[in-house]
Design a protein around this ligand. Structure first.
Ligand code: PNS
Length: 166
């Protein structure tokens, strides 16, 4: 362990990881000594990929980023950040519609763990309307998802979604 290492966590459902997520992860990884991408449970969403599958897909797409680790955690984000000694939680913001919910989560997490700051990175304009649910919907109807997901995992996603339909 490096002394005074600056660690951030980037939480999400990642069901599955998209180019929008990857953009946020790679930009955040250049701002910290270590970035832990953590697959978590969003109580408002039902998952398609298992947490282990999501983790594998993230590993496949981030293996070129030397300071990125990938983990799974089923609990409170504030507790996880504390256990990892993280100073920041990184979230991507797409449109203003994301803001109210993210703002509420950031304030709650600050209350639960005052030592961690939530930082928002604005998405790049080409990923503004991109979401995992859109990717799943397009793929399940046989559409082209190649401009929405990293090339390394394109076939894995198609295969998995087709197997769900059978
Ligand atoms: O990618 P998502 O679905 O927007 O990510 C939301 C996620 C998983 C980060 C959020 O639901 C979360 O933090 N879940 C863990 C449980 C938790 O800490 N809940 C309280 C947050 S205020």
């Amino acid at each position: 362990m490096i002394l005074n290492e600056r660690i951030a966590v980037c939480p999400g459902s990642f069901d599955p990881i998209t180019l929008g997520h990857l953009d946020i992860i790679s930009r955040a990884s250049s701002m910290f000594d270590k970035l832990i991408v953590v697959v978590m449970n969003n109580m408002n969403k039902s998952g398609c990929f298992s947490p282990e599958e999501r983790k594998e897909l993230i590993i496949k797409t981030t293996c070129g980023l030397h300071n990125v680790e990938v983990d799974i955690y089923d609990g409170l984000l504030a507790e996880y950040a504390k256990s990892k000694n993280a100073c920041a939680i990184i979230k991507g913001l797409r449109a203003m519609s994301d803001f109210e919910y993210e703002f509420q989560m950031a304030l709650t997490n600050k209350k639960l763990n005052p030592n961690v700051e939530t930082l928002f990175l604005t998405t790049s304009s080409e990923n503004m309307y991109l979401s995992s649910s859109m990717v799943k919907q397009i793929a399940s109807m046989g559409g082209d998802i190649s401009s929405f997901v990293p090339a390394e995992i394109h076939d894995d996603i198609i295969k998995r979604i087709s197997s769900k339909k059978d």
